[in-house]
Design a protein around this ligand. Structure first.
Ligand SMILES: [Zn+2]
Length: 252
């Protein structure tokens, strides 16, 4: 059984279907799922979607892609209230997104720093989004005392060592299965399996052989399969270890 540590079932592409999909997961070999929030509304919805399932958990946070001229830092107070719900096991997804939205990078940094402090206050781990912002992310995280995971890891093996040194887990998506994903495969080879988690980032990043389709948590098995191949371990071994890693970090 595998743990999908990152799936956006509040996304509109799952409208009307999210509950049925989450309900179907155990029968498909997925033992747990974690739904990260992206703003106040999305975070509320993630908690709501998890409520009927003892194996589904939520994170609440303000995603860097949501940070623009209209973003109100006061929303973080509502996020902090939501974080006290027993379904919430992390602050996320938070971080820096420079591919789209570099013009708001200074504001993104403020939101990230405030949410790291929030995670420390609440003793919750963080789920970090870092797209084309490695140095700034490392710089800000160096002042953070808690635990967390770098989600949808896109960096090099070299860079991963710097995150590992800070105590972070590294999480891989279906990108690992892509033909042109040499850098991700190289990183996965180097990172000890005890520090790795797997995820879908559904509805995005559908792995081979489902590329281009709407991704859901059942497809996390393809990520597990690929990681087993890279590590020279069995599917069951990788499923067990990555699930234990996630359960340890999210206190499940
Ligand atoms: Zn995400």
């Amino acid at each position: 059984m595998v743990f999908d540590t990152h799936a956006h079932y509040d996304d509109k592409r799952f409208e009307g279907e999210a509950i049925d999909i989450i309900a179907s997961l155990p029968a498909q070999g997925v033992c747990n799922v974690l739904l990260p929030g992206c703003n106040v509304e999305s975070s509320k919805k993630c908690i709501e979607l998890c409520e009927n399932f003892d194996y589904a958990f939520a994170a609440v946070g303000y995603h860097p892609s949501e940070v623009d001229e209209n973003s109100d830092i006061k929303d973080l107070e509502i996020i902090e209230e939501l974080a006290r719900n027993k379904k919430v096991r992390a602050i996320g997804e938070i971080g820096l997104e420079y591919y789209y939205g570099k013009e708001f990078s200074e504001k993104q940094k403020v939101f990230l720093k405030e949410q790291l402090k929030m995670a420390e206050r609440l003793s919750l781990p963080v789920i970090i989004h870092d797209r084309e912002a490695h140095e700034d992310t490392l710089d800000i995280l160096s002042g953070y005392k808690g635990e967390g995971v770098i989600h949808c890891y896109s960096g090099s093996a070299e860079l991963s060592k710097r995150f590992l040194k800070m105590g972070f887990y590294i999480s891989f998506t279906g990108v690992l299965t892509f033909n042109n994903a040499k850098r991700a495969v190289e990183a996965a080879k180097e990172i000890p399996v005890e520090r790795i988690m797997i995820e879908t980032d559904a509805p995005y990043m559908a792995p081979v052989p489902f590329r281009g389709q709407r991704c859901d948590s059942s497809m996390v098995k393809e990520v597990c399969k690929k990681l087993a191949e890279i590590k020279g371990l069995s599917y069951e071994e990788v499923a067990n270890i990555t699930t234990q890693n996630a359960k340890r970090l999210f206190k499940i």
